[in-house]
Design a binder for this molecule. Structure first.
Ligand SMILES: Cc1cc2nc3c(=O)[nH]c(=O)nc-3n(C[C@H](O)[C@H](O)[C@H](O)COP(=O)(O)O)c2cc1C
Length: 248
């Protein structure tokens, strides 16, 4: 079986860790969904591993748009969503549906947990060692299954997906900004204009937190009252540690 093509959208790195642990030495070429993707036909028979984070119980729309550039011809696929310990709602079903529409057959699926990229006090430090061991176990089980079977899996989710989330705010920029432009170059949606990195295009920003995580001067922040309110709401519903769920 040829190496897995791995497609990942990981603005702040949690999803990438899960993808790397699942693929292990099976990792072949990597499609970075944080950047534009050209039409990408898959070689016949090559498995596709797609790993995306959950935003508001859905997949980030821009990641879905880029994922749709991948063209399968009955290739086996492994669908994985990564969420910040609240819930993954309809995201895994949405991923299965998108991969199926790309011409793939989803033979394995899973939901894993990573630190919440907005409220860092939720699921702090995840994926931890046990999560990563579970990823390795899932990768091996998926590889064993697709060596012998193309039977598709059922995954939870409402076929009438939740509405896409509306972002209430964009990151603010403090006086510490030196205008280096790293946020401009790394923003997955092109929401920060090169002409003025202190601005953010609210129509494009998906609040993925990448600019906040990457800024060398910590000059991009969420307004503290917004972050405090969001964290308080999550503390009430997402503090009990969730466990990985595997569908094989
Ligand atoms: C805009 C946004 C919405 C999110 N929505 C959810 C959610 O609905 N449920 C959940 O459990 N986690 C949610 N999270 C947390 C992310 O799914 C989680 O932190 C993920 O690991 C982020 O991936 P990354 O580290 O690769 O960027 C959300 C994060 C962001 C930025």
């Amino acid at each position: 079986m040829s190496n897995w093509v791995t497609a990942v959208f990981s603005p702040t790195g949690g999803t990438s860790k899960i993808a790397a642990a699942i693929a292990g030495s099976r990792m072949g070429s990597r499609i970075d969904l944080c950047a534009p993707v050209a039409p990408h036909p898959l070689p016949a028979g090559t498995p596709l591993l797609a790993v995306l984070p959950v935003y508001g119980g859905r997949l980030p729309a821009i990641a879905v748009k880029r994922l749709r550039e991948i063209q399968g011809s009955g290739n086996p696929a492994i669908a994985v969503v990564v969420y910040g310990n609240r819930a993954y709602d309809d995201a895994l079903l949405e991923l299965k549906d998108v991969l199926t529409a790309c011409g793939c057959t989803v033979v394995a699926a899973a939901a894993f947990i990573a630190e919440h990229s907005i409220a860092r006090s939720i699921a702090t430090g995840r994926p931890h060692a046990e999560d990563l061991a579970k990823c390795v176990e899932f990768g091996a089980a998926a590889a064993a299954k697709l060596a012998t079977s193309m039977e598709t899996v059922s995954v939870p989710g409402n076929p009438e997906y939740r509405p896409l989330p509306q972002m209430p705010v964009t990151p603010h920029v403090t006086e510490a900004c030196g205008g280096c432009g790293m946020c401009v170059r790394k923003c997955p949606t092109g929401a920060i204009p090169a002409t003025d990195p202190r601005k953010t295009d609210a129509a494009k920003c998906i609040l993925c937190m990448r600019c906040i995580a990457l800024c060398p001067r910590k000059a991009r922040i969420l307004p503290p009252p917004v972050l405090a309110g969001f964290t308080a709401r999550l503390n009430a519903i997402a503090s009990e540690p969730r466990q990985p769920e595997l569908y094989l």
